[in-house]
Design a protein around this ligand. Structure first.
Ligand SMILES: Cc1cc2nc3c(=O)[nH]c(=O)nc-3n(C[C@H](O)[C@H](O)[C@H](O)COP(=O)(O)O)c2cc1C
Length: 203
């Protein structure tokens, strides 16, 4: 099980980072293989809408996405972890998402679906300070369509409200345990129907 996980918070050791680490510990305990990418340690520019990928399906921006594209192609499970910033994912996570435009072009314009389309799974881990019922509604749609561009099935994820100060996730009664259990289920190779996560509520 090859898992690629994006840590999309600018705060190292913050809540998203801790949640993702618990998930990755679960993977490791199950003997799975995972790679974590800290987006704020890399240079990932937003899409410039230059149109170059329209004909090739390849992005020409010379930044760290050059290393990330092949990893996105090879991963069996892709995890996006981001806190909520203004009801969205963080800007660096959004930059990653925008750059999947090259993959969208490959799939929908050049009609070259991923060779393992339908066999790859996506998970979203997120948290925010407020407690509104609709806190994760918009971002889930964003992440769902990121996964769609990659020919990855969005399965849903783990979502936590009322988490604000650095490290506050540690005081949550179940979050880190749930992330660990989810990681273990993924690492054990359980089928996605048996993953302990909140299913995608988007239509
Ligand atoms: C720029 C910024 C925007 C934020 N916007 C929201 C928001 O719209 N809704 C919310 O519930 N929390 C918001 N928050 C709070 C963070 O989601 C919260 O503090 C979270 O725990 C940070 O996670 P981290 O430690 O992984 O970075 C915002 C925080 C910052 C710094």
């Amino acid at each position: 099980m090859r898992v690629l996980a994006f840590q999309g918070s600018p705060r190292p050791g913050g809540n998203t980072d801790l949640l993702l680490r618990a998930f990755l510990e679960g993977i490791e305990e199950a003997g799975g293989e995972a790679e974590k990418i800290d987006l704020y340690r890399l240079r990932v520019e937003p899409c410039l809408e230059c149109g170059k990928c329209d004909h090739t399906g390849e992005c020409i921006i010379p930044d760290d996405m050059r290393d990330i594209y092949p990893k996105l192609d090879q991963a069996q499970v892709i995890v996006v972890a981001s806190p909520i910033f203004f009801y969205n994912v963080t800007s660096r996570t959004q930059a990653l998402i925008e750059r999947s435009q090259a993959c969208w072009i490959r799939k929908y314009v050049l009609k070259k679906p991923h060779p393992r389309a339908g066999e790859r799974q996506g998970i979203f881990l997120s948290l925010g300070a407020t407690k509104g019922r609709r806190l994760f509604e918009g971002v889930q749609r964003v992440v769902r369509y990121f996964f769609d561009a990659l020919d990855v099935n969005y399965q849903g994820g783990l979502f936590y409200r009322g988490i604000e100060e650095k490290g506050a996730i540690r005081s949550h009664p179940s979050a880190l345990k749930e992330a660990f259990s989810l990681g273990r289920a993924v690492g054990e190779g359980l089928s996605p129907e048996n993953w302990p996560l909140t299913r995608d509520p988007c239509p």
